[in-house]
Design a binder for this molecule. Sequence first.
Ligand code: CA
Length: 229
Amino acid sequence: MRILIVEDEVRLADTLQDLLEIEGYTADTRHDGESGLDEALTGIYDVILLDVMLPRLDGFSVLRRLREAGSAVPVLMLTARSEVSDKVQGLDQGADYYLTKPFEPRELLACVRALARRQPELRNTDMLEFGDLKLEKSAFTLSRGERSVRLSRKEFDMMELLMLNRNLVLTKEKLLLKIWGYESDAEDNNVEVYISFLRKKLDHLHSQVKIKTIRMVGYCLEDSASPEK
Ligand code: CA
């Protein structure tokens, strides 16, 4: 799960990033409203932590523009005690939750978990199924019937994205951003390499599911099961 922190107090932003990363989330930081909005609009984040008082563009404007652009990403607003009266404004504009500074780390983590649970695609992620395949998060395994293989972290993330976006074509760019992150210097090539790893594992499982390449666009899963039974 990938979280964006938009907070101009750099030390607080770094602390939040550390806290989330210790819990196993991937977190990126931005320190002003404009670049925060640009980042949020990439669509690669599952939750956004958004400060209210920000340089260049305040948190409410970021939130409004994000919603206007059609994004439904859960947003947790971070607000100073003196700004509590602003809560109504934020809720009107589509914030999902408020946290008043200063807050306890466990309070923040509880909010993040609650927001993540509200996203249907992030619910029940312990077990995903597609065609004859089962993907199990707790064990990092992909299985078909009795056969199963262990996946590396990146293979798992990629398979999960493909399964969650079944019937959609995932672009290389989106896979790259979701799995390697925005600031990584990974290239399209990495995506191809991991797709080929996954294809070998699908072959090993004798799965009817194939990863189809859509030329110049990206990849999607295809269930080529023939009605033979
Ligand atoms: Ca601030």
